[in-house]
Design a protein. Sequence first.
Length: 405
Amino acid sequence: MENFKYTAYDAAGRRVTQVVAAASVEDIRNHLWSQGLHIVDISRHRLRIPPLHELFPTFIRVSRNEVILFTKQLATFVRVGVPILEGLAVLQAQSSSAALRIALEDVVGELRSGMSLSSAFRKHPKIFSPLYVDMVRSAEVSGNLDDVLRQLATYMNRDESALRKVRNAMMYPAIVLGLALAVIAVLIGFVLPAFARLFADFRATMPLPTRILLAIGVFCRDHSLALIATVLLVTLAVTLYSQTKRGRETWDVVALKIPHLGTIVQYAIVERYLRTLATLARAGVPVAQMIDTAAQALGNSVFEKALAEVRGAMLSGEGFSGPLSRCDLFPRLVIQMIKVGEETGSLDTNLEEAAEHYAEEVDYRLKQMITLLEPALVVVVGAMVGFIAISVIAPMYSLVHAIKN
């Protein structure tokens, strides 16, 4: 007797997941059929020690680029006729990621026990997203796995490129502010205390800017442990709150309302949604499943709630462009292009063109934001440097005057 885990739907449409003991998969399948259940998945259930990448997902995880490379290589194997089990075994052996090797080893084992490729991928959601799994499942039905895998690789590559542009755009301001704060810390911690000792020796009074900076340095030194503990506690509290449902919703709302940046975030989400829809539509994923998967891939609760209402209206027969226009999150250009796509039967092409347009729009607005940030940073850093310069140079004149007297 072995333990098996099954997932099925009953006559009322309720999802049932249980672990049962049986002699074989066939015994469980016959038992579930006799109860009138619709079987989704049956797999062996074995107790195991979770690997490190599951215990510490923040520190040990599979990068997006590794998944993209794996997808491209698997598409090549499928296209040239290499059996899927043999191809996965080769990719598992040559992967540089321990987490991906462990996952692929499990996938190969599940395939040998009779499970489908999409169901095997679904067991590793940290590596293979719902979008990935749904597209592979559609490919299993249509028989065009190599084309779908290439589409997936292209989609993920474009998505990663967009995220990289955002990270690169924010790197310059972060470096400038970081260097400015480092210079201030050195001056407060080492330079100004030397001036304080000189002024004490000559019984002279330091200028006000110097006294302010010196007081800040003394306060930080005397309360360093308390300040470090406060920063760590605040960081931990913010991190934990951001991982709660309410915290994520709060951040999603705030992110869309930040001047300039909010528009960029909105257009980036619109671009990702359109590209995901186009990719799923081209892969032949059913409409209802396509809408659900695309909404889950956005990572923004504001859009997810609005699109849930759009899905309901769409399934009730209202079409797609009409309900989408009522949620006030998508520009008129998108609504019009979707409407034309619905009327002409070229929805996937129009979605892809709209996605390309908003990818360029995000890139343009990012450059525009950087152009605005540069002079603002110059003013802020200049003011900081000027204040520090006065704090350092002014004591020299005061000290020379004290020596003369």
